[in-house]
Design a protein around this ligand. Sequence first.
Ligand code: NAP
Length: 326
Amino acid sequence: MGEFITNVPSYKLNTGATMPAVGLGTFGSDKYTPDQISAAVKGAIKAGYRMLDCASVYQNEDRIGNVLTALFSEGTVTREELFITSKVWNDQHREVEKACRKSLADLKLSYIDLYFVHWPFPNYHAPGCDGDSRNPDSKPFSVDEFMDTWRQLEKLYDLGLVKAIGMSNMTVAKLEQVLPLCRIMPAALEMECHPSFQQEELFAYAIKHRIRPIGFCPIGSPSRPERDRCADDIVDTQLPEVVSVAENHNIHPALVCIKWAVQRGLCTIPFSVKEPQYLSNLKCTTEDPLTDDEMELLKKADKNCRLVKGQVFLWPGATDWTQLWE
Ligand SMILES: NC(=O)c1ccc[n+]([C@@H]2O[C@H](COP(=O)([O-])OP(=O)(O)OC[C@H]3O[C@@H](n4cnc5c(N)ncnc54)[C@H](OP(=O)(O)O)[C@@H]3O)[C@@H](O)[C@H]2O)c1
């Protein structure tokens, strides 16, 4: 029996549910197989992880479902002890209930704790595509289309298929347009967040509206797919501020990124299939916190360096990925 990590911080959502402050990411970045990821899910839950960040487009929910079924039947954990997310992919915005039921069937669950609109566009790209691929049917953000999708998520909540609903890859400008139209407010906002890309305005906006931010790519996604790499991207774990804080605590810079996220108020979802990494990613949030001075120093590491630019979702006529983030 390996180590079991307890006392992981958590947040109360605007639904009243409790969400752990650390979850295991499950996107293999086109590099890790579903079997490697589901094995990590098994090891992580046995070690104390209680949150998983899933999505249909990660193409591994069925394997993760097999692991969950086995863990429930052997009594390692109960369904109620876990907090599991999933997301509707961009090609399913007109049939959200069907997509959600497929994720439920794959995960072999009767409900999902938090279900997201993965991207606020119906713009589809095939899993594993390269960065230059474009879909001629892609369109700019439309409030009407987004709200049609959101109404379908609200219905999932009414049906009890999901316990909370959330948005992902949004901006303040888009939230300003859609939040007044929501019957059910999002409980969480999944957003890219790491020391070189802190998104302070969006973070503060979410907190102000009682929407819990969940930060993805918390370590700066060092294994991200080629399509999400640019020559001038910054490596978070090499930032002088991160390295200096890591030296103070005698820990890997990746753990500074995770501690910083949780102490700032984010839920964080680092990915790893490597046991020493995923164990330390959880454990570091339970011990040896960063000081106020270190938190101040890390604020200075922000370089507004977005890694997941989303260029494959651009529409005909759009030339610059920054248009996706207006
Ligand atoms: N909503 C969205 O649109 C969206 C977008 C992207 C991601 N996500 C979610 O966020 C999760 C995390 O994002 P991500 O996987 O892109 O990036 P990440 O968590 O920042 O980076 C993961 C990589 O960091 C390295 N790593 C992890 N723990 C480490 C440790 N303790 N020490 C040293 N290196 C460590 C590993 O690299 P090696 O593999 O090289 O060891 C691992 O593959 C995803 O899995 C997914 O669930 C959501």
